[in-house]
Design a protein around this ligand. Structure first.
Ligand SMILES: Nc1ncnc2c1ncn2[C@@H]1O[C@H](COP(=O)(O)OP(=O)(O)OP(=O)(O)O)[C@@H](O)[C@H]1O
Ligand SMILES: [Mg+2]
Length: 253
């Protein structure tokens, strides 16, 4: 079966010429449906650049990207934005909430872009906020919420439309240990409900909680391995079949 994500020899060069930065320098990666994967690396290693590519927020300088079997490396801005709306929920380190909209309004926003009607939208947004434990804070604006609560609003916004892929860039970077635990538990729940969850982090403790870890350094992948304990737990439960690591994890359908 075609992997959900298949990138081959991806390059991203900023400022081509004398001062060029090779932010991605030949990245090849396959991610199967339903994986929980951490992309780890030091500051400046190319994590956010890779997230921008995987999330169809930007296009590569060279290389190919097939998402769900579709070549997305040469699409127009409008086509990329359609794909993002349909397939991807984003969580950013800085929350990126709209300050003058309350929690409900923020979560509703991507549903508007999806063309969902008002009532259905309200319902989906309220349910998503309830799932992240913010039922009583729906009418609060971001400035009236703690950092952890704001990040939970951002998670609710990412998942309200039930996209198959969740892409999170340092989702716990600004949070204390308690809120970090909350967010990681929500992400684990999303994975258990069948979503493909990709978490970008510089933090090994966060990476250990994923099933698979991809280490990136200077724009290329230096390691790609399974977290044995997490994966062993799951194998007992689901009898998933493991393939060669370079092809990621293949689960029996
Ligand atoms: N728009 C840009 N123009 C020029 N260089 C850029 C641009 N964005 C990123 N870079 C450079 O590309 C490299 C990779 O940056 P990227 O943001 O992907 O790193 P990162 O791994 O996400 O780092 P951090 O952990 O600090 O967020 C860095 O050297 C950075 O300076
Ligand atoms: Mg970054």
């Amino acid at each position: 079966m075609e992997p959900l994500i298949r990138v081959h020899d991806l390059h991203k060069i900023y400022n081509p010429g004398e001062n060029e930065v090779r932010a991605l320098d030949g990245v090849s990666l396959e991610i199967q449906r339903g994986e929980f994967i951490a992309i780890v690396g030091h500051s400046g290693s190319g994590k956010s650049t890779l997230m921008n590519m995987l999330g169809c927020l930007d296009v590569p300088t060279a290389g190919s990207y097939f998402l769900d079997g579709q070549d997305v490396s040469h699409l127009s801005d409008n086509q990329l934005s359609d794909i993002r709306n349909q397939k991807i929920g984003f969580i950013f380190q800085g929350f990126n909430l709209i300050p003058n909209l309350d929690a409900l309004g923020n979560v509703e926003l991507p549903l508007i872009y999806r063309g969902m009607g008002r009532r259905q939208r309200r319902k989906a947004a309220a349910e998503a906020l309830e799932r992240v434990g913010l039922k009583k804070r729906m009418r609060h604006k971001p400035g009236e919420l703690s950092g952890g609560q704001q990040q939970r609003v951002a998670v609710a916004r990412a998942v309200a439309a039930q996209p198959p892929i969740i892409l999170a860039d340092e989702p716990t970077g600004n949070l204390d240990s308690h809120s970090t635990l909350d967010i990681m538990n929500i992400l684990k729940g999303l994975h258990q409900s069948g979503r493909t969850v990709i978490v970008i982090t510089h933090d090994d403790d966060i990476a250990r909680q994923a099933d698979r870890v991809v280490r990136i350094m200077d724009g290329h992948i230096e390691a790609d391995y399974l977290n044995r304990e997490n994966h062993a737990d799951k194998e007992r439960n689901t009898e998933s079949e493991r393939e060669d690591i370079s092809h990621g994890i293949k689960k029996e359908q």
